[in-house]
Design a protein around this ligand. Structure first.
Ligand SMILES: *[C@@H]1O[C@H](CO)[C@@H](O)[C@H](O)[C@H]1NC(C)=O
Length: 342
């Protein structure tokens, strides 16, 4: 029995020594892994990525840091599909449905590709008044398209307050001025709300020269009505837009402001460019011309004088009052008093 006691105490002593400490340390390390492994296996990689992504986004300096670690997006976005089946036969989806369909769009209709650094930061500026269903069709089709184009973009709806004469061009100037207060946009797509792109290869990237995007519209059989047309959807870089002094602020009612802009581009020594007609394709949402947007009888006279007026009518003379600026999920609503004549 003495022999037996000695053996057991040897075993005890052995386990109370260095081996026990090592065993305990090993068990401890194994236990620590459990929550880590559990986290990794239950969290989708994407969500994990977002957590990291988000931590870097909150303010501008962090944004720059976050971009530095992302690779540039490819010159040709990989998810483009070409033709898009656009139809306005159905009732436009509710905003809540559109928000659910575009979870990565937020903070005033802003999106940036999560896995690469966009080649271009674009503000989509929509002159607007009382076209609520058109806007929902627009958001339905354009948000997914612009995301496939891998742009860093945001949508600005510039809503003219009141019932005075409509001024599309001045609203676009306001959209430009208000958007650059929010982000360092490099270019601006000025966009009628009733035009929806039908081919995503027509990329809204920053153009080398002012670009006319809506060359082909179904209403005109996808043909250019005239070669100098520069309405519907156009895109200019910040430098190009400043060079032409923006749009005129003086076109009240329908028509002429787009031809005046064509003249501004021409008199500033630039040419307009377009994509090939097989991808410059838009479907127009049909509507009646609304009250306050009757043809402007002075437009012909005004576009004859662009050369003399452009230096003193545009961004450098823009005056307006912001009534409200709301950052909705899918668009920023800038409601503005542009001092319209009755
Ligand atoms: C924009 O905001 C104004 C003012 O709050 C509101 O009356 C209008 O309905 C809004 N428009 C859109 C399209 O959200």
């Amino acid at each position: 029995s003495l022999e037996k006691n000695r053996t057991s105490s040897t075993v005890t002593v052995f386990f109370e020594g260095a081996v026990r400490r090592k065993t305990l340390a090993l068990v401890f390390v194994f236990i620590l892994q459990v929550p880590v492994l559990y986290y990794l296996y239950t969290t989708e990689f994407e969500t994990l990525y977002y957590t990291i992504d988000k931590q870097n986004i909150p303010d501008k300096p962090a944004e720059a840091g976050e971009e530095a670690i992302l690779p540039d997006c490819p010159e040709t976005p990989p998810d483009l599909q070409g033709n898009i089946d656009v139809s306005f036969a159905h009732t436009a989806p509710e905003i809540s449905k559109l928000e659910a369909d575009n979870p990565l769009v937020k903070d005033g209709g802003h999106y940036k590709p999560p896995y690469c650094k966009a080649l271009c930061k674009v503000a989509i500026v929509i002159p607007y008044r009382d076209r609520e269903e058109h806007l929902r069709y627009f958001l339905e089709y354009m948000h997914p398209t612009l995301q496939r184009q891998q742009l860093d973009y945001a949508i600005y709806v510039v809503n003219q307050a009141g019932t005075g004469k409509f001024n599309r061009a001045k609203l676009m100037n306001v959209g430009y001025a208000e958007s650059i207060k929010d982000h360092d946009f490099q270019c601006f797509a000025f966009h009628d709300v009733d035009l929806v792109l039908e081919n995503d290869k027509s990329i809204y990237s920053c153009p080398s020269s002012p670009r006319h995007l809506s060359a082909g519209v179904d209403k005109f059989n996808y043909q250019l009505p005239y070669s100098a047309i520069f309405g519907g959807v156009t895109e200019l870089t910040k430098e190009q837009f400043q060079k032409v002094n923006g749009y005129s602020n003086s076109f009240w009612g329908w028509g002429g402001e787009d031809d005046d802009m064509f003249n501004r581009v021409k008199f500033s020594g630039m040419n307009i460019i377009r994509y090939p007609m097989d991808i410059s394709r838009y479907k127009m949402i049909t509507h009646q011309r609304e009250k306050g947007n009757e043809p402007n009888p002075k437009r012909f006279d005004q576009i004859r004088r662009t050369k003399d007026t452009m230096a003193n009518d545009g961004l450098n003379t823009l005056e307006y009052k912001v009534v409200s600026k709301q950052k909705n999920k899918l668009y920023t609503n800038v409601t503005v008093d542009i001092m319209a004549p009755a």
